[in-house]
Design a protein around this ligand. Structure first.
Ligand code: 5GP
Ligand code: ZN
Length: 145
């Protein structure tokens, strides 16, 4: 399904032009308009899924192999030393376009690396409590399916 007011639906399906680096029946990969580094790309499914929780399994299975394929091509063509695979879900996590997408951000020798968080602290009790909460939600999710 596509969503009428979604810019990434329009780009992914070719209604709005983009610098396309890869296309198949399921995805279009494009260059980001505001690149964090040279070659910063986005993998967009052609169907609309707002985030990873809505993504269908068949599409999900194909995303990481495609990220690796494009990342390898970036290394060969741009000479980047590595790349980040980034995927934001929810406004608080930095998502600004609510159509699932994966960022591929080439990183170059001597260039900045992505600093994504400051390591914090948690007591063993807190880790146990947090772990129990997530395990319990995972178990009830299994029962709800
Ligand atoms: P998010 O913050 O949702 O994970 O990432 C959205 C990304 O989409 C940003 O990096 C932004 O620069 C990029 N972007 C937003 N609108 C457009 C557009 O119309 N075309 C392209 N190529 N990139 C876009
Ligand atoms: Zn969309």
């Amino acid at each position: 399904m596509r969503e009428d007011n979604c810019i990434f639906c329009k780009i992914a399906n070719g209604d709005i032009p983009s610098e396309t680096i890869y296309e198949d029946d399921t995805f279009r990969a494009i260059l980001d308009l505001g690149p964090a580094s040279k070659g910063h790309a986005l993998i967009l499914p052609k169907q609309h899924y707002s985030d990873i929780c809505r993504l269908d399994e068949e599409t999900a299975k194909k995303v990481l192999p495609l990220a690796a394929k494009i990342g390898n091509a970036m290394k060969q063509s741009l000479g980047c030393a590595g790349f980040n695979v980034v995927q934001n879900n929810g406004k608080e996590a930095g998502q600004t376009v609510f159509h699932f997408h994966v960022h591929l951000i080439p990183r170059y020798e001597g260039g900045p690396v992505m600093v994504s968080w400051m390591p914090g602290e948690a007591s063993p009790e807190e880790l146990t409590q947090t772990g129990a909460a997530i395990r319990s939600a995972l178990q009830s999710e299994g029962h709800n399916k």
